[in-house]
Design a binder for this molecule. Structure first.
Ligand SMILES: Nc1ncnc2c1ncn2[C@@H]1O[C@H](COP(=O)(O)OP(=O)(O)OP(=O)(O)O)[C@@H](O)[C@H]1O
Length: 693
């Protein structure tokens, strides 16, 4: 080098750009370099070329008409970025807005358009225009705005709507290249970086307001967006604060004005920055108590050629998140997101129950999807909970979803959540879906056979991609959940009828678990009866004929029905002894084969009979309502029944339907006070009909 201070020769075609470069370099290198700026048509001598330690130019063509620089002098073509502060006017433009982009060379125009597209403005329609070249000039009405980076004088006078983006400053990578080529320790680089960060932050803040619905934000701008929600502090190598954004000011309740220039160690001792400054190793997402807040702090050293230039500290206030998490935990217990059952609660000594318990324990150790099949009340959910309890996810949530209880319109938003404003009535702040709620835990998809086809498609996607998108949202949310599905339907038959997706079935049926009906595991009946009695702290004995009947009965409601029977027996039995006369009607009825038609002809006959005496679906709606009441061991009157029907009937109609249901043995109609209830035969008929549709 010819001089103590390296000399940078700047060659530009415009004075304004030349100033911009000089200012950037001054900011970065202070007075440790000398600069000689040439612009426009000013001639450069060979001697000036020879004295330079570095030549920086905005366009390599500018050297064409100049003396040749010596071979040892590095030549750098400046990479330029966009002045982020001027971008907001472009952000307000609607997709498809026609923008005439004007500059003095085609390269400049094309480079700028490419950068803008890259920055997420691909939705605007740019028309390049360079006066005096072959680029055609469109008519005024074909253009909405004329856009330029400086040089507004190049825009033809009749275009009156102009967006001036300002000159493009030097890109940070160019600054770093200069530092490297001149072997300078870049002590003010952090200041430049800080300036840049604060511009980014400012831009990001604008973005949050104007580009909310733009999907085309590229990664860079997304990270800007993220930055906006964070507090950012940058320091120099000794920890002096050089920048602090508004969010930081807000979170820390410190004024930027008073903090700039002070040592971050003194202002924020809680952050313990000396560790990162000394070790040069970043510290990410540290939960840091700060006064009465919890902050999630990341500290990243800015390095150049092994030197630390400073530190960027970003942080978020997660006090609310912490509280929220606690609240969710609290609520999860109330909502039943915690499991009640473990394998110890699975009672039964039949070979099938014992085998299933062992199989399920094995399944619990894997993380694959499980499909549990079995009739109503056989204990599918009990098994699902026990599996969750026994798995590595036991400390995570267990989220049950019952598809039978969800209307089609609700299913999607319940499962996947929604963003604020995505539909009328959408809650402020949006809502988390059940899949998100089950993150790191297990989701139990109960009665999966009742899921509408449209939802089956969405479920399949979630199972394949392990991510969800909220209704009305643009973000994909990765989820880590184990899926356990259950059904009492015959899914294979449903596939054949086209009501269940085959691909979803194979996704779910990875590990199948079949729970037999209670009637097929007679050994469990008395064991379960004793268990339920014990739970109620009661002792009952059963006469031999009662015991025989209980073993003979078909228990269409399975263990749930058995449990209900025990509640009933405890109330009804005189003393501790249960005799035949204490048994509920449906059990007694089932005992008499005369009143209990045999499968399957009679069921078909009954269905046929009913369909000749009215609409079959009306009969089935009645049976369905009675079935849900009988699960709760309730009887129901005509009026209540009518109120629960999807389409109300006249009293005469309902009377008639009940009459035929009673004649075929599907229901038992008691006196006024006793109301109506479903018989075991009715249960079977309903199941059969359900499996058909
Ligand atoms: N093996 C078992 N030991 C003890 N209790 C059981 C067992 N299986 C089921 N139960 C009890 O039976 C009732 C019904 O069980 P669960 O809800 O798991 O059945 P399900 O098959 O999921 O029913 P549905 O298909 O109607 O949702 C529960 O109250 C549960 O306590």
């Amino acid at each position: 080098m010819t001089n103590e201070k390296p000399l940078v020769l700047l060659i530009n075609n415009l004075e304004t750009i030349s100033h911009l470069f000089v200012n950037s370099l001054k900011l970065f290198f202070g007075d440790r370099i000398q600069m000689e700026a040439h612009f426009g048509l000013q001639p450069i001598t060979q001697e000036q070329m020879n004295q330079a330690d570095l030549i920086l130019l905005s366009d390599i063509k500018l050297l064409d008409d100049q003396p040749k620089p010596p071979a040892h002098v590095p030549i750098l073509v400046a990479r330029r970025t966009i002045d982020l502060n001027n971008l907001d006017r472009l952000m307000d433009l609607k997709p498809g807005t026609r923008c005439l982009f004007v500059s003095n060379t085609l390269e400049m125009v094309e480079g700028a358009i490419e950068l803008l597209r890259h920055l997420g403005f691909a939705h605007l329609s740019f028309i390049p225009y360079v006066p005096g070249t072959s680029t055609p000039l469109p008519k005024k009405e074909e253009v909405d705005y004329a856009v330029c980076h400086g040089l507004p004088e190049l825009i033809p006078a009749h275009f009156d709507r102009i967006i001036e983006l300002g000159h493009r400053p030097l890109d940070l990578t160019t600054i770093f290249d200069i530092a490297r080529l001149l072997d300078l320790s870049p002590e003010k680089a952090n200041l430049y970086t800080a300036e840049f960060i604060s511009d980014f932050v400012r831009l990001g803040r604008k973005l949050t307001n104007s580009v909310r619905n733009e999907r085309q934000l590229n990664e860079k701008l997304e990270s800007v967006l993220d930055a906006v929600h964070e507090g950012i502090i940058a320091t120099d190598a000794s920890g002096n604060i050089t920048v602090m954004n508004a969010e930081a000011e807000k979170i820390l309740k410190l004024s930027t004005h008073e903090s700039i220039g002070k040592r971050v160690q003194d202002v924020l001792p809680e952050f313990q920055v000396h560790m990162v400054l000394e070790s040069h190793v970043e510290a990410v997402n540290q939960l840091t108590p700060f006064r009465n807040l919890y902050l999630l702090v990341s500290q990243v050293p800015m390095m150049l050629d092994g030197h630390v230039l400073g530190l960027v500290i970003s942080f978020q206030d997660v006090t609310k998140v912490q509280q929220l998490e606690q609240e969710i935990r609290k609520k999860s217990t109330q909502l039943g997101l915690m499991t009640k059952y473990s394998f110890d609660h699975i009672i039964g000594c039949s070979p099938s129950t014992q085998a299933n318990r062992l199989v399920a324990m094995k399944l619990a150790e894997s993380d694959f999807t499980i499909l549990i099949t079995g009739e109503n009340g056989t204990g599918k959910e009990v098994f699902a909970q026990a599996i969750h309890q026994h798995s590595i996810r036991r400390d995570g949530p267990f989220v049950p979803v019952n598809f039978a209880g969800l209307t089609e319109s609700l299913v999607e938003s319940e499962l996947f959540g929604y963003e604020e404003g995505s539909f009328t009535g959408a809650r402020k702040g949006g809502k988390m879906g059940l899949f998100e709620l089950a993150h790191n835990g297990t989701i139990f998809l109960d009665e999966i056979g009742d899921a509408p086809l449209s939802i089956q498609a969405s479920l399949l996607r979630v199972l394949q991609e392990r991510q969800v998108m909220r209704v009305g949202g643009h973000r994909v949310i990765p989820i880590n959940v184990r899926v356990i599905a259950a059904t009492n339907r015959n899914l294979v038959e449903m596939i054949q009828r086209g009501t269940f997706r085959e691909d979803l079935y194979y996704r779910l049926n990875v590990l199948p678990l079949k729970i037999p009906a209670l009637r097929d595991r007679g050994e469990d009946i008395m064991v379960l009866i004793n268990y339920f009695l014990q739970k109620k702290n009661k002792v009952l004995t059963f006469s031999p004929d009662v015991e025989e009947l209980l073993l003979k009965y078909s228990w269409p409601g399975n263990i749930r029905e058995l449990e209900n029977f025990i509640h009933y027996a405890v109330v009804i039995a005189e003393g501790n002894r249960v005799e035949l006369c204490h048994l509920p009607e449906q059990i007694l009825l089932a005992a008499s084969s005369a009143t209990m038609p045999s499968e399957p002809e009679d069921l078909e006959e009954t269905i046929d009979f009913l369909s000749r005496h009215g609409a079959l679906h009306e009969y089935m709606s009645i049976l369905q309502i009675l079935a849900s009441c009988s699960k709760r061991q309730e009887r129901i009157g005509r009026q209540t029944l009518n109120a629960l029907l999807p389409v109300p009937m006249t009293d005469a109609q309902i009377r008639q339907r009940l009459h035929y249901l009673s004649r075929t043995g599907c229901i038992e109609v008691g006196n006024k006070k006793q109301g109506t209830r479903l018989s075991a035969y009715g249960f079977t008929l309903l199941e059969k009909w359900k499996a058909r549709v």
